[in-house]
Every structure is written in C-alpha cells, then in structure tokens.
Design a protein around this ligand. Structure first.
Ligand SMILES: Cc1ncc(COP(=O)(O)O)c(C=O)c1O
Length: 405
C-alpha cells in the first residue's frame, strides 16, 4: 500500500485544534491539575501541551457523527447485541484493510482492549503464573498482570539506537520457564512504533507453541501503519502456527472512539472463545454500547477516506518532528515511526532521570508527554509524544521544547 492509493474523494480538515476543555478529556484535565500543582514556575507559558494519552484532538469523521445523530433520535437505548450489519462491517474491514478472513463465530466483544486483556489473563492463567511482556510497552500490560496476582516475565526489546527488535534468544529462554503461560504481544508496538513483520511473528509463534505459551496479540493500532510498512496480523499465520491466539482489535484508536468503549476480540479456537466469553460475563460484561455499535458500522463502512487522510497527516507530522529535532535539537534522538501515532523520543543525552525530566518538562514548559519510565524496563530515557494534533500545535510544542536546550 502507498499513500497514493488512499481515498481523497472528500477532503477532511485536520488543521483545526478541537478545544476539549470542559468535556472531561482525561489527558487535558490531568495536565491542568498537575500544572496547577507546580505553582507559578515563572515560565511565560501560553498554553499547555497535553500530548500524553493516546487519543486525538481532531474533529470526528463526519460520517460517524451523522450516524450517531441519527441513532440518537431513532434508537431505543436498550440492551444491545451486535446485529448482522455489525458483523458484516467488521468482517469486511479486516478483509479489505488487512487481508484476513474472519469467520463470524470468531468474533466476541469487550468494552475495551484492556478489559479483554484482563479477561484473558484471568481465564487462562492462575495466580502466581508468569505472563511474558516485551517492555518498554503500554503500561496496562504489566500493571494488569501484577494487579491480577500474576508474575510479569520481561522479554525486554533490543534497541540499536534507532529501532527495536525482539530478543528471540531471551524469549526462548523465558518461554521455557514452566511458570510462563501467556505472552501479550503488542503489534504495532506502543510506544516504540515498530510494526512486526510476518517473519518475526512466525518466530514468536514457533517459540510459544513449543513451550505451550498462549499468545494474546493486541492489535488495537493495526490501522495506524505508514506505507511502505504493512500490518501483519497474527491471524495471517497458518492455523497450525497461530495456535489458540486471542487477537484484540478495536475501531477506537483508528477513528478516535475510545470514549465509546467497544472492542472486537477475534478468537478462532472454539474452546478458548467459550472460556473467554464466560470470563467476560463473570466480570459483568453482557451488552454492547448501542452507540458504539452504530459508530463502528459507520466507521468501517463509510469513514475509510477519513482514516486514509489522517494517516497521511500524521505521517507529515512525524516527518516534520524528525526534521525539526535533527536540525534544531540534536540532543534528542527520534525513533523510526512505522506504526501508531506515538513518537518515541530518546533523551538519554540530557543525563537526568526520567522523573527529573518529567518535572522539568511539565513545570517549566507545560509539556505533558507520556513519561517513558512508565512503560517499564528500557523506557527510562524516553518520552512518548502523541502526534495526533494539528501541525501548528506540534510546531509550537517543538519550539517550546527547543527553548530549554
Ligand atoms: C496497545 C494498547 N492496547 C490497549 C489500549 C487501550 O485500549 P482500550 O481503551 O480499548 O482499553 C491502548 C491505548 O492506548 C494501547 O495503546
């Protein structure tokens, strides 16, 4: 796929910063609270940069808004299960965008991917069992394992100064620990921006199959991948290799619908699926949000052009960030962004701890990155910058950041 094949028939505007104040945006409200807690730090600041949590500050795709407005006036807001149109939209999306054939029976639901990870951990491991994660990685991967009384087994990614790869020798050794029952894979990987190749997934699958480790593949960022890179779902592996995998997907990152709370969990194995669904029911999940269902159908059937243009826009933000940093703040190193809208920045050269850096950026610059240390081992020297903002906002942020070097 290349940007040239993208749908440009309707032109969408990503240059406008949507003001989310007063709307309960978690990242903005947190930034405001924290900034106030630092008192007057003496920096002439003209606004905060809440670039932490992975949601976007663009206007929603009009196709989704229109569908929701229609649903708001027509629907009865009762308990809802997915209708045929829902299954058709999801199945068609994965076939069109990712070349995967999903059978209708394979699809089950969850209010969010983090909930799905918790259902999977609870259903398929016991207290004290080990769960392998590949840090630096999205914090709930390790936090959920710990809070559910399981043990985190770390297969830290290897970093060559620009890019990351999986440490397969270490994975082999960690998976051979009889306590290791599950691997939670992040593909594309938040926060390092890698899109794992099919050959890499084959090696992961080979190791996990030989050691009887169940793979949970979190593919929530699957749609945010920049050509020439291409998302390879774990489901592209042949059935004997993919084994009993649980694949977690959602329209929530792609179309900025995190607040609607819906995710589609794909589980080809019938036994695993049944146990997963029972666990989700035991945890009290039993109905789809009726508006999430409407929004998902609209997103997958009608808003593909919006997503195509979004990808182009975010990639341009990545290029300008990289260029700006390389030419004006060479103390910072950027990592190559293959997927996600999250730029991983290396501040090692500053020679201060993650917590000191966090305080400095927040209190002196009003910049609220997602601090690298929260992603676990290997994250200490980094900050994660959310690129899903209008270009002018990213430029202002970079200028503010430069002022401290
Ligand atoms: C890898 C990954 N998984 C899951 C989530 C959150 O998913 P949900 O909001 O559906 O629980 C995120 C959000 O940033 C994420 O990056």
């Amino acid at each position: 796929m290349s940007f040239d094949n993208f749908d440009n028939r309707v032109v969408y505007n990503f240059d406008e910063l949507v003001d989310r104040s007063g709307h309960g945006s978690i990242k903005w409200e947190n930034a405001k609270r924290l900034f106030a807690s630092y008192g007057d730090c003496g920096f002439g600041y003209s606004g905060l940069f809440a670039v932490s949590t992975a949601d976007m500050d663009f206007r929603m795709a009009p196709e989704i808004v229109e569908a929701l407005c229609g649903a708001a006036s027509e629907l009865v807001y009762g308990y809802t299960e997915p209708a045929a149109a829902y299954f058709d939209a999801v199945i068609s999306w994965f076939s069109r965008r990712h070349g995967i054939c999903i059978e209708r029976d394979w699809l089950v639901f969850s209010p969010g991917v983090v909930s799905a990870l918790c259902y999977a951990i609870s259903a398929f491991t016991n207290i004290g069992d080990g769960v392998i994660v590949q840090t630096p990685v999205y914090r709930p991967f390790h936090a959920s394992v710990k809070s559910l009384g399981r043990r985190v087994i770390n297969n830290t990614l290897l970093f060559d100064g620009n890019n990351y790869r999986i440490n397969f020798d270490d994975l082999e050794s960690k998976a051979s620990d009889s306590a290791a029952k599950m691997l939670i894979l992040c593909n594309p990987h938040n926060p390092v921006g890698r899109v794992w190749k099919l050959e890499e997934l084959e090696r992961v699958a080979d190791i996990c199959n030989r050691h009887n480790v169940l793979v949970v593949s979190d593919e929530i960022h699957a749609d945010i991948v920049f050509p020439p890179f291409c998302h390879a779902s774990y489901l592209l592996l042949p059935p004997e290799l993919r084994g009993k995998v649980i694949v977690c997907t959602s329209p929530s990152k792609s179309f900025n619908m995190c607040g609607l709370q819906v995710s589609n969990i794909i589980i080809p194995d019938g036994g695993v699926r049944l146990r997963f669904v029972r666990q989700s029911h035991d945890c009290g999940f039993h109905t789809l949000n009726c508006f999430a269902a409407t929004a998902t159908i609209a997103a997958y059937n009608k808003a593909e052009g919006w997503l195509d243009q979004l990808l182009k826009y975010i990639y341009a933000n990545y290029e300008l960030t990289k260029e700006f940093i390389e030419s004006k703040i060479p103390q910072i190193k950027t990592c190559q962004l293959q997927g996600t809208y999250l730029q991983w920045l290396n501040f090692d050269a500053m020679g201060i701890s993650g917590r000191e850096r966090e305080r400095l950026f927040r209190s002196k610059l009003g910049i609220f990155f997602e601090s690298g240390y929260i992603f676990g081992e290997g994250g200490e020297s980094f900050e994660r910058l959310n690129l899903a903002y209008p270009k002018h906002f990213i430029i202002e942020l970079l200028q503010r950041l430069k002022s401290i070097f």
